[in-house]
Design a protein around this ligand. Structure first.
Ligand code: PEP
Ligand code: MG
Length: 325
């Protein structure tokens, strides 16, 4: 199988219907970057910047971070990298930040909430990213956005920093793509203006699923209790996909489920055009996507939903078994 996946490396994830799904990889440390070559990833769909903060024992300086981000962009060789600003709090606590004693850290002071309140840290990181780009295209996404206003504020901060860099005579990115991670159900119901203002939206499925089912992703007793292919969740994803399509916001999915071939295939059939996953998952996901017609997948999913099943998985598996090898 490994060899078969290697032979697919240079080929697109083009399904029988002609739809091409874009496959990206998730990363967080410099050591992840070499995988971009041998996985065949089109870019990095999620760069978890907090990991580089977590392995230090003091807050990194702006120039040091800029060098690090420049090396990440160099290693990606012109492929896009979506840098997610710090997602700390919750399960990720910086050793050099005062620990917060919160009863429910996953729903507490984390991610963009910290970024907007501790504006200096966010600014420093945005400046480092702008400098690292040295005129190259830059993609930034903000984690855990729960309402439109948070995105507006974060986005304006980035635009403001870009203008400030320009005023100081530094080169600014030739293109700047700004996206939001959709990880809380509330954002799916945000005003249309939100979908129109985001260049792209990336579903953080790990968190989104946790909050959708109210099932702690860290708790072994409940974390696998609800199937990702549960029809309630798929209806919800379909709503998000439809709202993004309506406003021309590019949609991707970057939680762990994007790396599971059956899930990936169903997501693609709902209109999620970009999937970002662990590098090792790209081969298996691409292999399956190339074997199927996504219109047929969608028809199977829709028919199963209409029957009132809890999960579409049995129907999808049954249909897959009928396909010629
Ligand atoms: C997610 O929540 O799905 C996600 C991609 O972010 P993280 O796993 O880092 O919370
Ligand atoms: Mg998340």
């Amino acid at each position: 199988a490994q060899e078969r996946y290697a032979s697919l490396r240079g080929l697109p994830a083009e399904s029988r219907c002609g739809t091409v799904t874009r496959l990206y990889m998730n990363a967080g440390l410099m050591a992840d970057l070499p995988s971009i070559e041998n996985s065949g990833a089109e870019g990095v769909g999620l760069f978890r910047t907090e990991l580089q903060f977590l392995i230090r024992n003091q807050m990194p300086k702006r120039d040091e971070l800029a060098k690090l981000y420049a090396r990440v962009m160099d290693a990606a060789k012109g492929r896009p990298v979506a840098f997610r600003t710090l997602d700390i709090g919750s399960d990720k606590v910086l050793p050099y930040m005062k620990p917060q004693d919160e009863p429910n850290p996953a729903m507490g002071w984390r991610a963009i909430r910290v970024g907007l309140d501790k504006r200096g840290v966010l600014r420093m990181q945005l400046q480092a990213l702008l400098r690292a780009a040295r005129g190259r295209p830059l993609t930034v996404m903000f984690p855990f956005i729960s309402e439109h206003e948070e995105f507006v504020t974060a986005r304006n901060e980035l635009l403001h920093q870009r203008d400030r860099e320009a005023a100081m005579g530094h080169p600014v990115p030739e293109t700047l793509r700004i996206g939001a991670m959709l990880e809380t159900p509330s954002l799916a119901f945000a005003p249309k203006a939100f979908f129109e203002s985001a260049d792209f939206i990336s579903i953080g499925g790990n968190d989104l699923k946790q909050f959708f089912f109210a099932a702690d992703r860290e708790n072994e007793r409940v974390r696998r209790r609800y199937d990702t292919l549960n029809t309630s969740f798929l209806r919800f994803l379909r709503l998000i996909a439809d709202r993004c399509a309506e406003s021309n916001a590019q949609l991707s999915f970057c939680g762990e489920d994007a790396g599971r071939p059956i899930e990936a295939m169903v997501f693609a059939s709902l209109g999620i055009g970009t999937l970002s996953m662990r590098p090792a998952s790209i081969g298996p996901v691409k292999s399956l996507l190339r074997q199927v017609d996504l219109r047929e997948v969608r028809a199977v999913v829709t028919a199963a939903m209409a029957e009132g099943v809890e999960s579409v998985r049995p129907a999808v598996m049954g249909w897959l078994a009928t396909l010629p090898e």
